[in-house]
Design a protein around this ligand. Structure first.
Ligand code: DC
Length: 225
């Protein structure tokens, strides 16, 4: 009788534009697993809050919004889409105003608890590559593999600038760098589940590496075990 191979849970954390989304998507395709972009959930919620003109410092209202929102994910070819309450917001959530709002609302414990619950339900079946700021530390501390991807601020700002330009969003490189720096600060200094590297996460500095090199490094680690 053929034994079914265990479907692994792979968690990737890292700061903005460290390459984690690119690598997580490629890894999930290589392994035939699902892909979970937890940042897109915080972004979708922030977008909803902005659309409703909600105050971004109102913890109770934002936590309630998080508990009442439903999220759906689907893949269209190489494109990963996210829906909040039935509305596809995948493109709208990439604007810099939404990035900033997502970072702000992600500080609230009630917001995090609601989204982490959904993320853990998705991860319970295994066969998942999840990426974010706290997937190794809080959401899936028992993941089969944990990675922390990093890169210099200059390199990350350049990558994000190119990404925005490609999607038709105009932004100066200097402003992108400032935004990333301020988001890094709030994401890593907040009280609840700040971005930190667990000691048992595999650290990869992607500054001078190609996408293929980073992908191979992660795959080597996974095959090695
Ligand atoms: O990964 P991203 O840039 O799309 O994430 C947007 C914001 O969401 C980020 O600034 C902080 C928050 N976030 C979080 O707090 N926890 C996660 N697991 C993922 C994102």
């Amino acid at each position: 009788m053929k034994m079914a191979r265990k479907r692994l849970l792979i968690a990737i954390d890292g700061p903005s534009a460290s390459g984690k989304s690119t690598i997580a998507k490629l890894l999930s395709r290589k392994l035939g697993y699902n892909y979970l972009d937890t940042g897109a959930m915080y972004r979708a919620l922030a977008w909803k809050a902005l659309q409703r003109n909600m105050k971004l410092n109102s913890e109770d209202e934002l936590s309630q919004l998080a508990r009442q929102s439903s999220f759906k994910f689907h893949q269209l070819g190489d494109d990963y889409r996210i829906m909040i309450n039935g509305e596809d917001v995948s493109d709208k959530i990439r604007y810099p105003q939404v990035s900033e709002a997502a970072s702000k609302i992600s500080c609230f414990l009630g917001v995090r608890q609601a989204l982490v619950k959904i993320q853990q339900e998705i991860g319970a079946r295994g066969g998942l590559v999840a990426e974010g700021r706290d997937v190794c530390t809080t959401v899936f501390p028992e993941a089969d593999f944990k990675f922390y991807l990093d890169a210099s601020l200059t390199e990350r700002a350049y990558r994000r600038y190119l990404e925005l330009k490609e999607s038709g969003i105009i932004a100066s490189e200097e402003k992108v760098k400032e935004d990333i720096e301020s988001r890094d600060k709030s994401d890593s200094q907040r009280t609840h589940s700040p971005l930190t590297r667990r000691e048992d996460s595999i650290y990869i500095d992607t500054t001078d590496l190609t996408i293929e090199e980073v992908l191979n490094l992660t795959l080597d680690r996974i095959k090695f075990r």
